[in-house]
Design a protein around this ligand. Structure first.
Ligand code: PLP
Length: 236
């Protein structure tokens, strides 16, 4: 059972983060409704996740596919849209697609083809983003910009819909550097749109520590975890 104190804390956190996202949008003359606030629930159990959804956060993200399945099945809240933001192994594509999440972490051609093929056999079109490694950090996941361009040129013609790009600033990046990296992601997106003549409307970038910078650089999806669970005992 979730006690009333934790419930009240999560509601407060949700409202304050939502207000900050709206303010950040206002400061750069963007429509707050053009930014989706995605709650990253990887730090907490299913019941705590439910409390966040009931507070009004109906876009939820997990980084591990198994946890996404388990929470999606056990919570079973029709209004919730799930997002997968961590690495997806090809042997987990089938079960993941059954939950119809938006997949932010497509980071190889093999994975892209596996998702397209499985989506077709499930009679659906998977919504995906291509993850770009903008920081150039070899330890990080994501496609180098050159490979990403090549991949977009040879996309499967059915089974997937590419909504845009996802990126993370390098670990321990100062906010000014994070902003430069987000600016590079947006430039890359603009250039790809021009070159390929197709829209890539979504930019998934910005987390608890740098969502303001990401919004200033055009993020349409911010993925926020720790800020939403401040003051809540963390179980996982
Ligand atoms: C954990 C995680 C987040 C959320 O990070 P916070 O700093 O806790 O807000 C966002 N994106 C990805 C890919 C993550 O793994």
């Amino acid at each position: 059972m979730i006690d009333a104190r934790i419930r009240a804390q999560i509601e407060r956190n949700w409202h304050s983060v939502r207000d900050e996202v709206h303010r950040a949008a206002g400061q750069c003359n963007r429509d707050p409704d053009s930014i989706r606030l995605i709650g990253v629930t990887k730090y907490v159990d299913s019941e705590t996740t439910r409390v966040l959804a009931e507070a009004g956060c109906t876009e939820l993200a997990e980084s591990r596919p198994q946890v996404l399945w388990q929470k999606a099945e056990s919570l079973s809240i029709p209004a919730v849209r799930w997002h997968l933001i961590g690495h997806l192994q090809r042997n987990k594509v089938r079960r993941t697609l059954r939950q119809r999440p938006i997949i932010h972490s497509i980071d190889s051609e093999r994975l892209l083809r596996a998702v397209a093929e499985e989506a077709e056999s499930q009679n659906q079109v998977a919504s995906i983003l291509l993850e770009v490694n903008i920081s150039g950090d070899a330890a990080k996941t994501g496609l180098p910009p050159m490979e990403l361009a090549r991949l977009l040129e040879c996309l499967p013609t059915s089974g997937v819909r590419v909504l845009g790009l996802m990126a993370m600033a390098g670990w321990g990046t100062e906010t000014a550097d994070a902003r430069r990296q987000f600016d590079q992601v947006r430039d890359l997106r603009d250039e790809l749109q021009q070159r390929l003549g197709r829209k890539l409307p979504e930019l998934s970038m910005g987390m608890s520590g740098d969502f303001r910078e990401a919004i200033a650089e055009g993020a349409t999806m911010v993925r926020i975890g720790s800020r939403l669970f401040e003051g809540v005992s963390e179980r996982s």
